[in-house]
Design a binder for this molecule. Structure first.
Ligand SMILES: [Zn+2]
Length: 244
């Protein structure tokens, strides 16, 4: 294989690989996997919010519990004080007022506590729902990936084979022409190399002037198209007269 032939084969391989890659990307499982990733992100941010709420509620409940214990203990102390020894009428009244105040505080805390416990339960349910959804999304993703693997076996095998061949082809191209090819490939969206068919380059199809034609056919096999500046392969036993 001459260097000119190698350049043409390299372009064919790269175009094939591009086509195969877009075939893979267009497989329905790929879209589904992306949709699953978006759904997971949403559920995860929901879960983060839920966990924040749970932490707040747990803090409130711990505070509520601490207050309750303190007021209940104080109540017992006041009751014990009132029961010990003999107290005058006004002192007894003071104790009663104190105990009534404490009872109201305890009642209020107990009332709040019912609400806090209900909220915590609700948040707990939301959390387990979110976790279940994440599990289901994981299962669905695994199923889609498996189906993708199965459906794309041939294509992936073809890509590996092409990639192997590409290494061999690249080994036959000089560093100078390789960097020219890579630059032209970017510039011309993959169509970097054209062949001279008769006196017409195969891609831009601008008929060469007789002088250019003479210069090109008497120069290197790998030249540059004077019109579109692609790599122009002049010595092309594959393409001559075959057309493509
Ligand atoms: Zn051209």
């Amino acid at each position: 294989m001459t260097e000119a032939q190698a350049l043409i084969r390299l372009q064919e391989i790269d175009l094939d690989m591009l086509r195969l890659a877009s075939t893979l990307a267009a497989m329905p499982q790929q879209k589904k996997v992306q949709a699953i990733a978006r759904a997971r992100k949403k559920v995860q941010s929901e879960l983060t919010k839920i966990l924040g709420q749970r932490k707040d509620l747990e803090t409130f409940i711990a505070e509520n519990q601490g207050d309750l214990e303190r007021y209940r203990a104080r109540t017992e102390e006041v009751k014990a004080e009132a029961a010990s020894g003999s107290h005058g009428y006004r002192q007894i009244q003071d104790y009663e007022a104190h105990l009534t105040g404490l009872a109201k505080k305890v009642e209020k805390l107990e009332h709040n506590r019912v609400q806090l416990d209900e909220d915590l339960e609700k948040v707990g349910r939301a959390e387990s729902n979110a976790r279940l959804t994440l599990e289901r999304l994981d299962e669905e993703e695994a199923a889609q990936k498996k189906s993708f693997e199965k459906g794309s076996t041939q294509i992936r095998h073809r890509i590996v084979t092409l990639d192997e061949e590409r290494k061999g082809v690249v080994a036959q191209i000089s560093a100078r022409h390789m960097s020219g090819y890579e630059a032209a490939r970017k510039r011309f969206k993959g169509l970097a190399v054209e062949r001279l068919v008769g006196n017409v380059p195969s891609i831009c199809r601008v008929k060469l002037q007789p002088a250019s034609f003479h210069d090109l056919t008497h120069g290197d096999a790998v030249a540059e198209c004077p019109y579109c500046h692609r790599i122009l392969v002049v010595d092309d036993p594959y393409g001559e007269g075959k057309g493509k």
